[in-house]
Design a protein around this ligand. Structure first.
Ligand code: FMN
Length: 175
């Protein structure tokens, strides 16, 4: 089996991270993998925001937990020190598909580079708030963007998760 196919099968969502920072050189490779994802009509309408500044990372985690209805103190990013937030330009009809593929590429790239990753949801709700809109504005991002997902990243702490069995009867063949 090719290395890519093996990596696709062995990637798992990681829910416990070491606090160690992820080197920028690795983050750059993951971001690049995201930027190379296929996109509707080749529009490349998805954008990526790297957050490694602890203060902002913690603020986003707090907000995410609140949106998810968890008690204060729960970290929905499981201690991951880095996150790559993917957003899609709302005026582009395939923005959710495009952004999801960026997320998929980045999670696979992280696995290839020996890092753990996990899709953390609720980016949509975060960027619907005034706080989220202001953050985009502060980065000079113009136009309307929808949060697609956060790719939590970091070094894996603890045992690697077991592979959940694939559900049966999900494929239909018309030959
Ligand atoms: C759209 C989407 C949203 C997800 N949101 C979360 C999330 O908010 N928190 C989390 O811990 N995992 C989240 N996950 C990860 C899934 O729970 C995980 O992919 C699933 O349990 C299968 O496990 P695996 O990724 O190890 O194969 C999300 C995955 C997807 C695709």
């Amino acid at each position: 089996m090719s290395d890519v196919l093996t990596k696709m099968k062995t990637r798992r969502s990681i829910r416990k991270y070491k606090p160690d920072a992820v080197p920028q050189e690795l983050l750059d490779q993951i971001i690049e993998a995201g930027l190379y994802a296929a996109s509707g009509k080749g529009q490349q309408a998805a954008i990526i925001i790297q957050v490694t500044q602890k203060e902002l990372r913690d603020k986003i985690a707090e907000m995410n937990a609140e949106i998810g209805g968890w008690d204060k103190g729960f970290d929905p990013f499981y201690g991951a020190p880095a996150m790559l937030i993917v957003l899609g330009r709302k005026d582009w009809p395939t923005h959710v598909y495009d952004g999801s593929l960026v997320m998929g590429n980045m999670m696979l790239a992280a696995h290839e580079l020996g890092l753990g990753s996990c899709w953390i949801h609720r980016a949509k709700e975060e960027f619907e708030t005034e706080w989220g809109k202001e953050l985009l504005k502060s980065l000079g991002i113009e136009g309307e963007y929808e949060g697609i997902g956060h790719c939590a990243l970091g070094y894996i702490d603890g045992a690697y998760p077991a592979e959940p069995a694939r559900k049966e009867n999900r494929v239909y063949y018309i030959k």
